[in-house]
Ligand binder design. Structure first.
Ligand code: HEC
Length: 106
């Protein structure tokens, strides 16, 4: 299943043009989040529990009024806390931002 998703995401991302966030960016961002961020953060809206160590979940980040694309990118670029320097490219950051904002309450 993971492999299928990854293949689909790759196929989508090569077709995606840069521009405003669209469904393809969100999908790609979700795959990136599951791969790079889920070790520490709860990255899905459907997770039953938050972590006991108080790390911000992605839905919680999305809900915060002070969180903008710029602050998210800042947090991703700085090696925050124990977070490794992931060396995310601009495209990866944009897609992660698109994904995180897709969790904003609908
Ligand atoms: C090794 C663990 C670890 C990984 C992996 C990790 N984070 Fe974090 N992250 C943390 C911790 C710990 C905090 C809270 C403490 C801090 O801000 O220093 C945090 C906080 C954040 C914040 C909130 C900063 C704020 O303003 O409150 C954002 C945004 C964030 N992480 C994004 C990401 C993204 C996006 C990824 C994946 C690309 C990621 N993190 C991967 C550990 C991690």
């Amino acid at each position: 299943m993971r492999a299928i998703l990854a293949a689909a995401v790759l196929a989508l991302s090569s077709a995606a043009a840069s521009g405003p966030a669209d469904a393809q960016d969100v999908l790609r961002g979700q795959a990136l989040a599951e791969r790079w961020c889920a070790n520490c953060h709860v990255v899905t809206r459907t997770a039953a529990t938050a972590r006991s160590d108080g790390l911000p979940t992605f839905p919680a980040l999305a809900a915060r009024k002070d969180v903008t694309a710029a602050t998210l990118k800042g947090a991703m670029s700085a090696s925050h806390s124990r977070m490794p320097d992931l060396q995310l490219g601009a495209r990866d950051q944009d897609d992660l931002v698109a994904y995180i904002f897709s969790l904003r309450g609908r």
